[in-house]
Design a protein around this ligand. Structure first.
Ligand code: GUN
Ligand code: ZN
Length: 449
C-alpha cells in the first residue's frame, strides 16, 4: 500500500514536558519556522524548516498559513453534544438546570434524525474551535451514539464517546435499566470501540441517576473489554453532593461511591471535582484517574471554583484535563475556556501561565486520558491533529498582538482574547478538514452530506 506524505510549514508551538512540574520556559518548544512531516496521518518529523527541508520527498509542497501558529489540536475532556442546542439556559443551578432544561432537551435524541443533525453541527463546531479530540456524553439512546460516531468517523477524528446510563431519578424516556444499559453499551462497544480512531467510553451520568447495581454493571463492562474509557460527574455542586451522600449513606464520600463500583481507575475522567477533599485527591492519584476542569460551566451554573493547584499538588498530583462542559459551559473554544480558567485561578490567589494553559488544553489532556504517547504534541510518532491559530483574527487581537514581545505573551493574549475566530484551520490525521478562508465550504465534508 502506498503511503501518503504531507507537510506543513510555519511557526509552531508545542509542549515537551509538564509546566506544572518544570519551569514553563523549559517545557515550551517554539519554532519560528518549522516543518511538520506527516505520513499516513502520523507525524514523522518536526523541527526547524532549515534543517528538515532537504528531507522533503520530491513533489511534496508543504501547506502554509502565513501569520498563523501551528499547535496540537485541542482536547476537550468533558462535553455533552446533545446539549449544544441549550447552551445559555437561564437562571438555574445544577439540579434545577438538569430538570428544567437538560432532560427535556435530551429526550429529543430518541429521534435519530435529530441526533444526526445535532452531531453534524457539533462536530463542525469542535473543528471551528480547533478541538480535534473530545470525550463526549451522548444521551441514553444508542442512536445518539451511532449518530455521533458516524460523523466523527467521517472526519477520521480521534473521539471518545458513550451512551449515558441512567436507571433512576430521570424522566421515563431517559431511563434505561441495569440490563438494558449493559446490553446497549456492549453492542455499541462492539460497533465503535477501536473502529478506526473511535474509542468507547462507559458513561454513567452521575451517582444520583444510577443505582448501585448500574454502577457495578458499568464497572463490569470496563473489565470485559480492553482500553475502554469511563466518564461521570463528581462533586460539582453542594446540593448535588448532599443528595448523592443521602442516596449512598454507607459510602465515605461521593468518590467512594464510584470506587466501590470499580470506576476509579486509569482512563476514568471525573467531571468537575470542585469540592474534593485531600483524601479524594489521594485516591485519584493512586488510581491514575483524572479530573476534568470545566471553568465556564462552574461559573455559569454558580457551582464553585475548582482547586487546580491542590489537584496538581506535586506530592500526589492528580491528572487534570480541560473540559468545556457544553451545555452548562458557555463556549466550545478552549481559548475561551482557558480565559475563564485563568480567572478561576486568580480568584483562588493563583496564576495560570500561558504555557500551563496550553499544556492543559493539549498534552496534559492527552496524558490525563492515557493517550499522551500519541496525542497532544507536535513530535514524531504523534497523530497529526493540528490547529492553526491566527493572532490577528480580530481587530483587537491584531492591535494587541502587535505589542507582544515574545511567543509566551502572544500565547497568553490568544488565550485571553481569542475564540473560534482565532482558529484559521484544523487538521485531522494530517488532512485539512476545516479552513476558515476556504471559499464556499470551509469544511472538508459539508454538513448536508
Ligand atoms: N451532572 C449530571 N448531569 C450533568 C450534566 O449534564 N451537566 C453537568 N454540568 N452536570 C451534570
Ligand atoms: Zn457535564
Amino acid at each position: 500500500m502506498s503511503t501518503t506524505v504531507k507537510a506543513l510549514r510555519g511557526a509552531a508551538i508545542t509542549l515537551k514536558d509538564n509546566p506544572f512540574e518544570h519551569p514553563s520556559d523549559s517545557c515550551l518548544e517554539y519554532i519560528e519556522e518549522a516543518l511538520v512531516m506527516i505520513e499516513d496521518g502520523v507525524i514523522t518529523a518536526f523541527g526547524p524548516y532549515a534543517e528538515l527541508a532537504g528531507t522533503l520527498p520530491a513533489g511534496v509542497e508543504p501547506d502554509e498559513y502565513p501569520g498563523s501558529i501551528m499547535c496540537p489540536g485541542f482536547i476537550d475532556a468533558h462535553v455533552h453534544y446533545p446539549q449544544l442546542q441549550m447552551v445559555a439556559a437561564y437562571g438555574e443551578q445544577l439540579l434545577e438546570w438538569l430538570t428544567t432544561y437538560t432532560f427535556p432537551t435530551e429526550q429529543q435524541f430518541a429521534d435519530s434524525a435529530h441526533a444526526e443533525h445535532v452531531a453534524r453541527v457539533f462536530l463542525r463546531e469542535l473543528l471551528r474551535a480547533g478541538t480535534t479530540t473530545a470525550m463526549v456524553y451522548c444521551t441514553v439512546h444508542p442512536q445518539s451514539v451511532d449518530a455521533f460516531f458516524a460523523e466523527s468517523a467521517r472526519f477520521n477524528a480521534r473521539m471518545i464517546a458513550g451512551k449515558v446510563l441512567m436507571d433512576r431519578n430521570a424522566p421515563e424516556g431517559l431511563r434505561d435499566t441495569v440490563e438494558r444499559g449493559y446490553e446497549e453499551s456492549k453492542a455499541l462497544i462492539g460497533r465503535w470501540h477501536r473502529n478506526g480512531r473511535q474509542l468507547y467510553c462507559v458513561t454513567p451520568r452521575f451517582a444520583a441517576s444510577s443505582t448501585e447495581a448500574q454502577l457495578e454493571a458499568a464497572g463490569a463492562l470496563l473489565l470485559e473489554h480492553d482500553g475502554l474509557f469511563m466518564q461521570t460527574h463528581l462533586c460539582e455542586n453542594p446540593s448535588e453532593i448532599e443528595w448523592v451522600l443521602s442516596l449512598y449513606p454507607e459510602r465515605s464520600s461521593y468518590l467512594d461511591v464510584y470506587a466501590h463500583a470499580g470506576l476509579v481507575r486509569p482512563r476514568a475522567m471525573f467531571g468537575h471535582g470542585v469540592y474534593l477533599h485531600e483524601h479524594d485527591f489521594c485516591t485519584c492519584h493512586a488510581a491514575g484517574a483524572a479530573l476534568a476542569h470545566c471553568p465556564t460551566s462552574n461559573l455559569f451554573l454558580g457551582s464553585g471554583l475548582f482547586k487546580l493547584r491542590e489537584a496538581l499538588d506535586p506530592r500526589r498530583p492528580v491528572h487534570v484535563a480541560l473540559g468545556t462542559d457544553i451545555g452548562a459551559g458557555t463556549s466550545l473554544s478552549h481559548l475561551q475556556t482557558l480565559n475563564e480558567a485563568y480567572k478561576v485561578a486568580a480568584l483562588s490567589g493563583n496564576k495560570l501561565d500561558a504555557v500551563q494553559g496550553l499544556y492543559l488544553a493539549t498534552l496534559g489532556g492527552a496524558r490525563a486520558l492515557q493517550l499522551g504517547d500519541r496525542l497532544g504534541r507536535l513530535a514524531p510518532g504523534y497523530e497529526a491533529d493540528i490547529c492553526l491559530l491566527d493572532p490577528k483574527a480580530t481587530p483587537l487581537l491584531a492591535f494587541r498582538s502587535s505589542y507582544c514581545k515574545d511567543i509566551v505573551e502572544q500565547l497568553f493574549v490568544l488565550m485571553t482574547l481569542g475564540d473560534d475566530r482565532a482558529v484559521r484551520a484544523t487538521y485531522i490525521a494530517g488532512e485539512p478538514v476545516y479552513d476558515r478562508e476556504r471559499t464556499g465550504e470551509p469544511f472538508r465534508y459539508p454538513a448536508s452530506i
